[in-house]
Design a protein around this ligand. Structure first.
Ligand code: CTP
Ligand SMILES: C/C(=C\CO)CCC[C@H](C)CCC[C@H](C)CCCC(C)C
Length: 309
């Protein structure tokens, strides 16, 4: 069964399992679109296993591990692989920073951009079991513990501190980076591959906010009238790149069959979410509320209102 067929089958299994009357419960009448406040915005495939591409094929995992390759083995392997990727990413940028090949501030932002987007891009390698999202959330959870242990100076991972902090002080790990991984856990568990809300929220936090910093620091001479710490260049780049990265990730998950969207409506909705997140990020509230909280939460609220799930 291909990834997309797995997604379709798994998706419908979850839908049948959802509680009647809950937002996620939809009558499993083959072919009928789910009741949705936005009517034609979302389409779910007709029936479990009835992949638009014909009879389901064996999954990659089943082919590799044999017919006994279970969801548990697949999820355990995927968790180990993504965790190794997380450590490798931080190690790579620590090495680049140590060799003075990139500045520490750029290293931090590239880790900010790549970590969450690559984590999200890895979601399809997990199985279609109900437990898959919890396996995936183990990766940011392990990094959460890593940040706390080093932030409290109970351990000394110099590479981590250098590649993800602004000034190199361990206590910094307990703010932006910690909020960041907590948002990853939240989106993986609450939204997973079933909702555009989580995908868009992470795209805005990782892609939009990260690029706003890179562009704003470099080209942000024209400051915003209500916040002289932020600039038009940074905010415009956040809106444009946040929009494009959100659409790109939605295309990615849609192409694998996790959801089918009415793209005319989706482009409008994502533009609205990107505008709201950009305005929130531009506000002079960073001292009170970190961007790694305000940007994803405002995106979540707007996306959930727009898409309805
Ligand atoms: N809309 C924006 C966002 C950021 N910036 C530039 O990027 C810098 C850092 O932006 P900020 O969002 O405060 O970064 P943080 O999320 O706090 O990350 P870091 O801790 O690395 O600063 C700002 O001082 C500013 O120079 C900008 O010009 N316009
Ligand atoms: C610098 C950061 C935030 C400040 O705005 C990002 C901190 C990133 C964490 C230290 C590491 C997070 C790793 C991800 C949970 C998993 C990435 C896996 C992927 C395959 C690389």
């Amino acid at each position: 069964m291909s990834l997309s067929s797995l997604a379709v089958a798994g998706h419908h299994r979850r839908h049948r399992a959802s509680v009647p009357g809950s937002r996620r419960h939809r009558p499993a009448v083959p072919g009928s679109p789910p009741p949705d406040r936005f009517s034609s915005s979302v389409r779910f495939p007709a029936a479990a296993g009835a992949s638009p591409r014909g009879p389901p094929r064996r999954s990659l995992c089943t082919c590799v591990l044999g017919s006994g390759g279970g969801a548990l083995a697949q999820d355990a392997g995927a968790t180990a692989a993504v965790l190794a990727g997380a450590y490798s990413l931080v190690f790579a940028f620590d090495t680049l920073t140590k060799r003075n090949l990139i500045q520490q501030s750029l290293s931090r932002k590239l880790v900010h951009i790549l970590s969450g987007l690559l984590f999200m891009a890895a979601w399809p390698i997990f199985s279609n079991s109900m437990e898959a999202r919890y396996f995936a959330s183990l990766v940011p959870l392990v990094n959460c513990f890593r940040l706390v242990v080093n932030g409290l100076s109970l351990a000394a991972d110099e590479g981590l501190v250098k590649s993800v902090t602004r000034e190199g002080s361990p206590q910094e790990l307990l703010r932006g980076p910690l909020y960041y991984v907590l948002i990853l856990i939240l989106c993986a568990i609450v939204y997973w591959r079933e909702s555009p809300t989580g995908v868009i929220s992470l795209a805005m936090m990782c892609g939009g906010d990260g690029i706003a910093d890179i562009i704003g620091r470099r080209f942000g001479s024209q400051k915003l009238p209500y916040n002289h710490k932020k600039s038009w260049a940074g905010s415009i780049s956040m809106f444009v790149c946040g929009f494009l990265i959100s659409i790109g990730m939605l295309c990615y998950f849609s192409s694998l069959g996790y959801f089918q969207l009415d793209w005319t409506m989706t482009l409008q909705r994502v533009a609205l979410v990107s505008l709201v997140a950009t305005v929130v990020e531009s506000l002079p509230i960073t001292e009170v509320l970190d961007d790694n909280i305000s940007v994803p939460l405002s995106s979540m609220l707007m996306a959930f209102w727009s898409f309805g799930y």
